[in-house]
Design a protein around this ligand. Structure first.
Ligand code: ZN
Length: 274
């Protein structure tokens, strides 16, 4: 992990907050339908203080997005009056905490230590397909003159290839976009405990219209974003990816899929001290 005094950054977990839902003491950072706004606001305050995003006792503005799984990146130089719509934020203005909310999708942070500029991006499969992080690198080049080889990237916790089953149409769409798409998917035969235990039953009684061996396709979203950052010109050594699967680790992280939608949101956040 890249560390420097002018930079604040981090990925939150689900523990240590004041939300009474989602198992209690949850650090839910998103306005969900189950939690109260008061609890979320207090949790956000806890995050800002934990990161040290505080100046003379006052927390920095937390700049968020109405996320829509797009390739839209906003440059901000002051706290927006209204919630911006999109999936990426970049700035070179100190004392703004840029944040994306996730609960399976990947939070990706970019830092340019030469030009003191930062970015935060939200990448689910749709945003990844739309090349949100590649466009994030482009936005940093455009607005701050960043050279990709100077950039550092941190890919936070998200649903990993162990758990991220997707439909065949998702794979087809990635193959249409990325030459390396073959490296992003794996296909496994579905195991069926009943069928394995009583194979004779299924030799004679097979439901009509059902194939005998289902296959499941898994997407490696982390590798997909890593490849995209490499394609955009980042050095391999400058990309750090957390090896944490939200769906496997609901003790530590929120997972929309593993918790069937009844879950909170964690944040990936980054800001400049001065
Ligand atoms: Zn997993």
């Amino acid at each position: 992990m890249f560390r420097t005094r002018w930079l604040l950054h981090g990925f939150s977990t689900r523990t240590g907050g004041v939300s009474e839902v989602y198992g209690g003491h949850a650090l839910n950072l998103g306005y969900t339908k189950h939690d109260t706004h008061a609890a979320v606001d207090e949790n956000r305050g806890l995050l800002l203080r934990a990161l040290g995003a505080v100046n003379t006792g006052k927390a920095w503005p937390l700049v968020r997005l109405r996320q829509i799984h797009s390739d839209i990146v906003h440059r901000v130089d002051h706290p927006p009056e209204q919630l911006l719509t999109g999936d990426g934020l970049v700035t070179d203005t100190p004392r703004l905490l840029l944040a994306v909310q996730t609960a399976d999708c990947l939070p990706v942070l970019l830092v340019d230590p030469k030009r003191k500029a930062v970015g935060a991006f939200h990448a689910g499969w749709r945003g990844t397909l739309a090349r949100i992080v590649e466009k994030g690198v482009g936005a940093m080049r455009l607005h701050f003159g960043s050279e990709p080889e100077d950039l550092r990237a941190a890919i936070g916790p998200g649903i990993a290839s162990c758990c991220y089953a997707v439909g065949e149409e998702v794979r087809d769409r990635f193959h249409a976009q990325f030459a390396y798409a073959g490296a992003l998917f794996r296909e496994v035969a579905e195991s069926d405990p009943v069928r394995e235990r009583y194979p004779l039953l299924f030799m004679t009684a097979r439901a009509p219209g059902h194939s005998d061996a289902g296959r499941t396709i898994y997407l490696d979203l982390r590798e997909s974003n890593r490849r995209q950052l490499l394609d955009a010109g980042l050095a391999k050594a400058n990309i750090t990816a957390l090896d944490l699967c939200t769906a496997c680790r609901t003790d530590l992280l929120f997972s929309h899929r593993a918790e069937k939608g009844v879950t909170g949101r964690q944040m990936g956040a980054v800001g400049i001290c001065d």
